[in-house]
Design a protein around this ligand. Structure first.
Ligand code: ZN
Length: 124
């Protein structure tokens, strides 16, 4: 085995690692858990309040990805209220498409249209 000497320059910043945290499918994902007597928008508000409290308590930079159809299903007023709370706390929101199709089965054109439609409706 041949030995090689390579000039190595490693700065501290090169060793810094970054992790990006994302929360998908905002404003709310209904699970198959125990049925709740609360309305869906009340469940969503409670879940987001707990999530945002933990995120801000630990000062974690997070980007939430929004499904526009889920905002509409929750109701525009309660859905947008949740998203505005994310923004008010200084968190970023991203476009997770209009209806979260299986992107493996979409053409590029279909993918672009779904992102565009979602962008047109976000936080009107
Ligand atoms: Zn998703």
């Amino acid at each position: 085995m041949a030995a090689m000497a390579l000039p190595v320059s490693v700065s501290l910043s090169a060793q810094t690692r970054t992790v990006a945290l994302t929360i998908d499918d905002l404003p709310f994902v209904r699970t198959g858990g125990i049925p709740s007597l609360k309305s869906l928008d009340a469940q969503a508000a409670t879940a987001n309040r707990k999530l945002l409290k933990a995120i801000t308590r630990h000062k974690v930079p997070v980007t939430g990805f929004v499904i526009e159809k889920s905002v509409e299903e929750l109701g525009l007023v309660p859905g947008q209220r949740i998203l505005r709370e994310w923004i008010r706390r200084g968190l970023d929101l991203g476009n997770h498409s209009y209806a979260h199709p299986d992107f493996d089965t979409q053409t590029v054109e279909e993918f672009e249209v779904r992102l565009f439609v979602a962008k047109q409706h976000s936080l009107r």
